[in-house]
Design a protein around this ligand. Sequence first.
Ligand code: CP
Length: 316
Amino acid sequence: MALSHFKGRDFITTRDFTKEDLEFLLDLSSHFKSMFYGGMRKTLRDVLEGRNIALLFKKPSTRTRNSFQVAASRLGALSVYMRPDELQLARGEPIIDTANVLDRYYDGLVIRTFEQAEVEEYARYMKNPVINALTDEEHPCQAMADLLTIIEKKSRLDGLRMVYTGDVWNVCHSLITVAPVFGIDLIIAVPRGYEPLPEIWKFGQDRASRNGTRLEIVHDIREAVKGADIVYANTWWSMGKPEMEKEKRKIDFKPFTVTADIMNLAKEDAIFMHCLPAYRGNEMTTEVIEGKWSVVYDQAENRLWTEAAILAALIS
Ligand code: CP
């Protein structure tokens, strides 16, 4: 496979990409990381030299914004960060005009917003690639960094058991789309009443049955983590969820807090993952996120390398 296979494509959901495509991007991520730490910073800068990348973020971000901007810089591209309230979008300029104009200035658009349909709308009007930096539905760039981190820590993906606990929302949805593709058993341990979007669940179930992997929702985290290779926690209350749901969620999810006791039920070499931001005392204890199991900062760093690969593949 060559970089030209990806040129001009959008990265809105991993569902649009084959296992081989995603493997290529993961290999490229590792390659860029090795180049950087192997003293080849200057060579890396040739990859997107002279390119310009727009970031349009409607929600706050620490990792996604900074990792994309530093990834662009390390590949030699200029990135420009924009909030919608600073654009004429705030005064009612339609997406069709904004998208067409940004397309004339930039080689790609990285967008974080609420509805997946809005990202798709930008992609419809733009010839250059549009990259999903998180919607309510999916967080595909996070899933890529998660896969790279697992490969680095476990030297494989196939046959691993991952237990996810936290809001059944974008991060969970993206894990549902990739885990069965790579042979990972994904056990989602959440309170009753928290369900994934039906079309995402169907995609995951189809892939799981085709590939012979497990994809289940269970309600007992202690049972779920037995024999787990990976315990993945996420906030109980994602960005954009109504404030009034917060207290109910705290009560519903309380039995699912990942404690050291819970981690000790997993395999001896189990790792703890979290997409961050993390809320100590809610989805996990301080002892877990700052303890021997945690790989969360490596996971956060890998946002940068997987996004570098996505930018390079789509834009160079
Ligand atoms: N994990 C993640 O997307 O972090 P940010 O919200 O800080 O970008």
